[in-house]
Design a protein around this ligand. Structure first.
Ligand code: PMP
Length: 440
């Protein structure tokens, strides 16, 4: 297919070739050109493309049924997937509600939190504090939590903007604090905000455990995570982890919360959950919360496609493959190698200001001065230019220009979790070639 005119419309008018087929970490356009899927789409294709076991599971489901409305039938696919997902989550997080994507997962988490608070006689609690910058989705509820002005501001009167605290952009700080003290400093912003808002009005705090699209793989100091949990407990506020991007092994733990032994009250998942094989997401919550809600009359929320058996058959097969192939530990091991190789680039390119992330959620940021972390001039459009140079050379990476307070260009290098050391070298070769071209 070669038509220049399209009836589809998206955000940008970037001319892109037609995708033909994809296998493992590679994608091919209709001319036969090969691309390395260096950011797993948008951190989605965690187990790689065309996994035969997932395709077989989906085909088997397709032969039986592709849809059964959740109020008319239970399906084995959704029951088995819920059981499997719960078994991989921290203890206590064992009630699962399916949705079709990340924004829906966040939306559902907020509504679950609110309805639970009502069952507890706490209807005064409705504010969900989030962070700036952050990304939680594009539906109006999720957008109200999203700390990214270009996407949110045009819709101001149509949604209720929620209170935000600064995300821990510690790498920009030029103080003498220890990592631990800095983590506590940023976490205590939540305490201050809760008090400023009036604790009895605050329902929940939502955070991406490791920043994704908004901040480029931003990890907080360890002290941050425990302190945030403590503060939420102190004020009886629900802690929601948005693990849409970080979940299902991406960071080298099944969910990122596992790195710090944190048990959130609610977790939102999508992306790697069905890894691009189907539109699927989930909200996972504590049984005590869900039981209270069901006793009080049920969850007043639901999407037609929730628990879609075809999507759930994909999700179940994906989780089985994650386990069978040991992808959580592969993400940790390959992540260490890739992060080391990206860090090596800082010697060669003075304009790489920072390399960060955990597991295979990794990013680098370009600057004009590494000491002061001054960003490159906006007019340079580095976040687009470098991506195009890599794309031409057959490497797809994901980029954004934004960061806390100051603008900057960051690039997410997040290949599928099945990647091998040899394939990491393939990525590095194209990346170096692209950075050389960028430097010229
Ligand atoms: N939360 C996070 C942390 C995300 O990264 C995203 C997508 N980038 C979303 C929510 C929204 O997911 P979706 O695009 O599937 O609605």
């Amino acid at each position: 297919m070669t038509s220049e005119v399209s009836n589809l419309f998206y955000m940008a008018r970037q001319p892109r070739p037609f995708l033909d087929r994809a296998e493992g970490i590679y994608m091919y356009d209709q001319s036969g050109k090969r691309y390395i899927d260096g950011s797993s789409g948008a951190m989605v294709s965690n187990i790689g493309h065309s996994n035969p076991n997932v395709l077989a599971a989906m085909k088997a489901q397709m032969d039986k049924s592709t849809f059964g409305y959740r109020l008319h039938f239970r399906t084995e696919a959704s029951e088995f997937l819920a059981t499997k997902a719960a078994s991989m989550m921290p203890e206590g997080l064992d009630r699962v509600f399916f949705v079709s994507g990340g924004s829906e997962a966040v939306e559902s988490a907020i509504k679950l939190a609110r309805q639970y608070a009502i069952t507890q006689g706490q209807a005064s609690r409705w504010k969900v504090i989030s962070r700036f910058p952050s990304y939680h989705g594009c539906t109006l509820g999720a957008l109200a939590l999203t700390g990214y002005d270009p996407l949110a501001r045009p819709f101001d009167p149509m949604m209720r903007d929620m209170p935000k605290i600064a995300a821990p952009t510690c790498y920009l700080d030029r103080d003498n604090l220890s990592d631990e003290a800095r983590g506590l400093k940023y976490a205590d912003l939540l305490r201050e905000e809760i008090i400023a808002q009036g604790p009895e009005s605050v329902l929940a705090f939502i955070m991406e455990p490791i920043g994704g699209a908004s901040t480029g793989a931003l990890v907080a100091p360890d002290s941050y995570y425990a302190r945030i949990r403590e503060i939420c407990d102190e004020f009886g506020i629900l802690l929601i982890y948005d693990e849409v991007m970080t979940g299902v092994g991406r960071t080298g733990a099944f969910i990122a919360a596992d790195h710090w032994g944190i048990v959130p009250d609610i977790v939102a998942m999508s992306k790697g959950f069905a890894a691009g094989y189907a539109p699927l997401g989930a909200v996972v919550a504590k049984a005590s919360m869900v039981e209270a809600l069901l006793d009080a009359g049920g969850f007043l929320h639901g999407y037609t496609y929730a628990g879609n058996p075809l999507a759930c058959s994909a999700g179940l097969a994906v989780l089985q493959e994650v386990e069978r192939l040991g992808l959580v530990s592969n993400a940790a091991n390959m992540g260490d190698i890739l992060k080391g190789r990206l860090t090596d680039l800082m010697e060669r390119y003075p304009f790489i200001g920072d390399v960060r992330g955990k597991g295979l959620l990794l990013a680098f940021e370009l600057v004009s001065d590494r000491e002061t972390m001054t960003p490159l001039p906006k007019e340079l459009n580095a976040y687009l230019t470098l991506v195009e140079l890599a794309y031409e050379r057959g490497l797809i990476i994901y980029s954004r220009r934004t960061r806390g307070g100051v603008e900057g260009d960051h690039f997410l290098v997040c290949p599928p979790l099945i990647i091998t050391p040899e394939q990491i070298e393939e990525i590095m070769a194209i990346l170096i070639d692209s950075l050389d071209a960028f430097a010229r």
